[in-house]
Design a protein around this ligand. Structure first.
Ligand code: ZN
Length: 158
């Protein structure tokens, strides 16, 4: 489940519109497992998103996104300082539905990408923004067959 405040939800949709006709992207951050406020010991799984941070699309494309590496680094450092950690990524689809593309699948299953990450996708294809979220299904590090794609519920928590 992707648990979001109404404010984060609006910020995510606004970013998609703002960057249109290019793909927008950004990071989803939750309270860090190391911040001491969580006793679960989990790595941010299903924890509510506290901060959405837009990141420059280094690809400057309407078909793919690439998180600007320098901004990514800065964002991670700022998150760390604030007791947060990156638990997912958001990007927009300007002309297709809010489902992972073959490129997204390839990205999400790269060895260094945490398999627990939320993959939030905003589609602007129908003239109104639609947000869906996906996960690599547990025990399946490979989306290539599409059987490993799990859509998760998007929950507005206030
Ligand atoms: Zn995509």
């Amino acid at each position: 489940m992707l648990s979001l405040s109404r404010q984060s939800w609006l910020e995510i949709l606004a970013e998609a519109w703002k960057v249109y006709p290019l793909e927008a992207c950004g990071l989803l951050m939750a309270e860090s497992a190391r911040s001491g406020q969580s006793s679960s010991g989990q790595t941010g799984l299903d924890k509510p998103i506290k901060v959405f941070r837009p990141i420059h699309n280094a690809a400057q494309s309407s078909r793919i996104f690439q998180l600007d590496p320098m901004e990514y680094m800065k964002a991670e450092r700022a998150a760390d300082d604030a007791g947060l950690e990156v638990v997912g990524v958001m990007h927009s689809h300007t002309h297709t539905a809010a489902y992972p593309s073959p490129t997204d699948v390839a990205e999400a299953t790269k060895p260094l990408v945490p398999p627990t990450w939320h993959w939030a996708i905003v589609s602007l294809a129908w003239g109104y923004p639609e947000l869906r979220s996906f996960r690599v299904a547990e025990g399946q590090g490979d989306w290539s067959t599409r059987s490993g794609i799990a859509e998760e519920r998007v929950w507005l928590n206030g």
